[in-house]
Write a protein that binds this ligand. Structure first.
Ligand SMILES: C[S@@+](CC[C@H](N)C(=O)[O-])C[C@H]1O[C@@H](n2cnc3c(N)ncnc32)[C@H](O)[C@@H]1O
Length: 309
């Protein structure tokens, strides 16, 4: 096992929700950071609170590798990291009332209206916080973008699940991250928000039921129908879309590169169509393990349905 392996939790390989105490090998307060970047905040806090378990989420592989190297160099045991969308991870990987605090430092604001869906805050995100945080658990946002803080605060207040406190603009270090240093050096001010959970909300998880990896056995497959799948979009409703981006063929097998979206949560993976004796199997190729969302399952069943001869 690589020295880094213990820090990187490949969450797709586990049945959700995750057994975080098992992964840390101990119980303890649980703190989550979404978008840890270079990892300064996560590492500093983990050093200062050795009995707390910290989980970080990042979408950047470069940041993930950098964090793993730092954790390994420092010999730390109380941090784990997931290379995934933090909004999805917080919702799908944690049980209700198990998280003590969630931190977000300098999230990408996505100011254009067309990119609104990429912003971290939404009603679903607020409901997720109100679900996974323990009673009196807290959410902390630090940003240089005042409208982003105000929009987030409005949603938290509207939910009636949080007591919200916002700070005045500060021109000093709050979290000492790379982005904070960058914005302060350019004369920007920093805004912070702390929201304490006072009421729970309930949310529906899309990966908690039917945890089997989907697969279908077929007697016959029509090769032309498989090849015709390239660039085909399957759009069942607003929340569930998948597209076959490419079709690769080899002796006795096809590999389809698929991009799926569940309510905006995108994943890229391969569907394998493989000859086995006199029949075929259609399944997720093990080289890319996606979260088993409804659209991922649908893609396997739909592809199997349309390629039969
Ligand atoms: C502006 S940087 C801030 C990094 C760090 N928190 C800091 O203060 O220096 C935003 C970070 O969030 C990550 N990110 C963006 N969207 C994300 C998502 N949906 N889930 C997890 N991380 C995300 C980006 O890769 C990037 O590293």
């Amino acid at each position: 096992m690589s020295v880094f392996a213990k820090y990187h939790v490949k969450a797709q390989e586990f049945d959700p929700p995750l057994d975080w105490e098992g992964l840390f090998g101990r119980s303890g307060p649980l703190v989550v950071e979404l978008g840890f970047g270079s990892g300064e905040f996560l590492i500093q806090n983990a050093i200062e609170h050795p009995s707390t378990n910290f989980v970080g989420f990042e979408t950047s592989l470069t940041c993930m590798v950098k964090l793993q190297k730092s954790l390994s160099r420092l010999g730390m045991n109380n941090v784990r990291a997931v290379l995934s969308d933090g909004k999805f991870g917080l919702k799908e990987l944690f049980r209700d009332k198990t998280v003590d605090a969630v931190y977000v430092n300098f999230p990408c604001p996505w100011p254009k209206e067309a990119h609104r869906n990429r912003r971290l805050y939404s009603k679903t995100f607020v409901d997720t916080l109100a679900s996974v945080l323990k009673d009196q658990g807290s959410f902390h946002l630090t940003t240089d973008v005042q409208w982003y803080l105000k929009d987030t605060a409005s949603l938290l207040i509207e939910s009636e699940c949080f007591s919200v406190k916002m700070s005045e603009a500060l021109n000093k270090n709050v979290v000492s991250t790379r982005y904070e240093k960058k914005w302060l050096s350019r004369g920007k001010v920093i805004y912070t928000l702390m929201a304490v959970k006072i009421k729970s909300a309930s949310i529906k998880r899309i990966t908690w039921e039917d945890k089997e990896m989907p697969h279908v056995h077929l007697k016959n497959v029509c090769e032309d129908k498989v090849k015709a799948l390239r660039d085909k979009v399957f759009h069942e409703d607003q929340e569930s879309v998948f597209v076959v981006k490419n079709v690769y063929s080899n002796v006795d097998e096809f590999l389809l590169r698929v991009i799926s979206s569940d309510n905006g949560f995108q994943q890229c993976y391969f569907v394998l169509i493989q000859k086995r004796g006199k029949s075929y199997i259609v399944k997720i190729d093990p080289s890319t393990i996606p979260y088993r969302t409804p659209t991922v399952k649908k893609s396997v069943f739909k592809i199997a349905e349309v390629i039969q001869s």
